[in-house]
Design a protein around this ligand. Sequence first.
Ligand code: SF4
Length: 682
Amino acid sequence: MDIKLVPTICPYCGCGCGLNYVVKDEKIVGVEPWKRHPLNEGKLCPKGNFSHEFIHRDDRLTTPLIKKDGKFVPATWDEAISLIASKFTEMKAKYGPETMACFASARSTNEENFVMQKFARVAIGTPNIDHCARLCHGTSVAGLAKTLGSGAMTNTITDIKDSKLVFIIGSNTLEDHPLVGRSVIRAKESGAKIIVCDPRFNMTAKQADIYVPFKSGTDVALFNAMMYTILSEGLENKEFIKNRTKGFDALKEEVMKCPPEWAEPITGVPADTIRKIARMYATSGASSILFAMGITQHATGTDNVVSVSNLALICGMIGRPGVGINPLRGQNNVQGACDMGCLPNVVSGYQAVINDELRKKYAGLWNVADLPNKVGLTIVETMNAADEGKVKGLYIMGENPMVSDPNVNHVKHALEKLEFLVVQDIFLTETAELASVVLPAAAGPEKQGTYTSTERRVQLLRPAVKPPGQAKADWEIICSIAKKMGVKGFDFNSAKEIFQEVAKVTPQYAGMSYERLEKPEALHWPCPAADHAGTPILHVPKFSHPDGLGILFGVPFKPPAEVPDAEYPLVLTTGRLLYHYHTGSMSRRSHTLDAEVPTGFLEINPEDAAKLGVKDGAKVKVKTRRGEIEINAKVTPNIIKNHVFVPFHFWECSANKLTIDALDPFAKMPELKVCSCKVEVV
Ligand code: SF4
């Protein structure tokens, strides 16, 4: 009997844990610890422990499918690739390249994402390339680029254990990033204080020394009032502000309009609590901030992130161990997909496309006259343009907007209006069902490549088994289409060859190679040279702006796009669960994970439930201006009054049928975390 262990990287969240797949007779039959892995030392959360269960499912896509008369018919690769290449070429000529768009994937490798953005910009010639970071940390990238010059975690996951105070806001860290949660617990065991601000008393809040329940969408008011306290009491780091920042006067002018008593009715947090947590943050000696989508998924998401940055900068909590600003990325390779340039405004390494010199360099390298010289459409803008008939062709790799995007009824309408939709995935997802052509892709444990975790750690993925049937790695499929279209520059023979091109054109990855990544020691970007050891802590000794200074901004509070009224009196907020991952296409096909939480639920506070006559476990209808769902109620004091919570993983009671597609003006992030709703007993 042939049994082997293959060390590789967990295909689920952005923590980037190492694990060993147990392979027997060419099947993955289990998961074993990878004890030498420097991040997680063999420890895994339930998702990682059961990450093999979806791999060998009978419903994996194993052959290309072409829709004929409304039904999918199996096709050969040659038929599918020929059809796509001729249709893309025809549409490009007939309507122009900007009527087409590509979505890359935070679940695919760096190499596949790099090739996808190259395909969009070179083979199609469209600037419309985006991926689901737009729906999770687009505002982190925008906000931190604005203030620090670089939009990534400033410190590492293991570094958190050296903090004296961990300030967590809008992140259920212990459920959604369990191995980051482990560092938080280690910090606590070493005497650190933990502050958790969230509308839900979640698993993370249970570990807090101070839990601060607050109203969803009022983050800026909370931060401004904390900074009012810090400045009023002289607790700011004056030397750091003087030597390493600019813009302090503008910040001070805004913040001094926001005393805690002003913020109390807006946020629901008592003024004394605001003062207390502000003092604790400013005086701990080493305070680290962790945040996730509770901060980012707002129409004011960029303002929220700038506020986080303002707080850290005025207290000098950046650029050394145990401090920092740490946006926790959700999917396994969302950091990498951003790094690779799967964004409509930048190519790889966050290099702006509106730059003649840069485009000239890329055009020469990629053998084209020029790259599209404009910022393309984001995900929600693409859906709006499809609905208006302006986008007619869409190529989606490993994304499922029918579950992940806001206002799903509108998304469905938009996708159905497309003339040609290609979806490439490992399962026939809710989005793939609407496609003209479906292409079967290899899953993470079936291919080589690299992922970049939330802490900027670039890691090598090793194939444990072969893909099922005719499924292929995403990069192979994209290259086949490009070559069939007669486009040069897609003659890659391996993921390693693609990575060599990535290193050539991406300053942060310039010193990396597969040979270096073979070792489990971390290479955190930026790693600009072959003898560079990588950069675990950013912004030492200066920030990434040309003058090296961090920028402070005065940020006025703005209410959410939709606030409760007589017709829709409750606030709906959404989120994730320990046992599930994103749109559930993988975790809901894992029988162990699915058995833990087989469907969605609505959390409602006992006082609101009593007013509405809602009993625990009863079926209720949740309605917003965009749609309605039926779902079972969970009556619990863990959600604050006037708020309800629905996890977004479950298609049959889809939270995103309810959410609003109001956008952040800078990052075009939709406001997935707050809208108005009503709840009725069925
Ligand atoms: Fe996988 Fe994330 Fe769990 Fe680690 S914490 S095992 S990366 S899902």
